[in-house]
Design a protein around this ligand. Sequence first.
Ligand code: FPP
Length: 226
Amino acid sequence: MMNELHHLAIIMDGNGRWAKTKSLARIKGHEAGAKVVETVSEFCIKNGIANLTLYAFSTENWKRPESEVNFLLNLLKKFIIKKREIFIKNEIKFKAIGDISVFSQDLQSEISALQNLTATYKKLNFNLALNYGSRDEIIRAAKKVIQKGDELNEQNLSANLDSADSGDVDLLIRTGGEIRLSNFMLWQASYAELAFTNTFWPDFSEDELAEIVENFKIKNRRFGGL
Ligand code: FPP
C-alpha cells in the first residue's frame, strides 16, 4: 500500500544564499523563490495533493533589516494581487495562517479579499504562513477552545488551529540545508515524514519534489504502532 499524501508542508529556505552564490542582492533570491511557489502549487494540483502549506514569513523574520522585511511584505502583496486570476482559474482556496493583525491595513485587506474570493474552492487548500509561529498558533487555538467553553483536548485544539481545514501534515520538506523545524507546524507535523535537501529554494524543481514524494509514498509509516 502506498502512503497517501494529503498535506504537504514546506519550509522554503535558502533564498539569500542562492542570491549570494550568484553575486545578487538577497531580495533577488526572494523574487526567484516566489516563482517556485507557483511550480509547487501546480505540482500539487496535478498530483492530487489537496493541502499545501508554505512558510513565507516567520514571527522571527522581523529581526531582519527593515529594507528586507519591507521587500518581503511587498512581494507578498504583489503575489496576492497578481496571482488572483490563477487562484480562481485553478480553484485554489487561499488561507493566511499566522497572526496577520500586525500587518498594514492594506496588506490585511488584500489577504482578506483573496480569502473571501476563494473560500469555496476545493482543488487545493493553499495555506501561506505569514507572521507565523507554531507556538503562537497553538496558544491562540487553546485560547479559542477555552473561550468557547469546550474541553481542551487534542481534537478541539486541532480544530481551532489556523490550518484546521488541512489537518495533519504528512510530509514536511525543508530546503536550504538546515535540519530544523524553526517553529513551523509543530503540532500538525507530529507524525509527518521529514525530508531535508541542500537545494536552495529558488533551485528547487518539480523533479526533485517528485522524487521526494515518491520516496514518501513507499515509506513504512507506523504512527507509533508496529
Ligand atoms: C528563506 O530564505 C525564505 C524566506 C524568509 C522567505 C520566503 C519567501 C519566498 C519564498 C518568496 C515569497 C513567497 C511568496 C509566496 C510570494 P532566507 O532568506 O532565510 O535564505 P538564507 O537562509 O539563505 O538567508
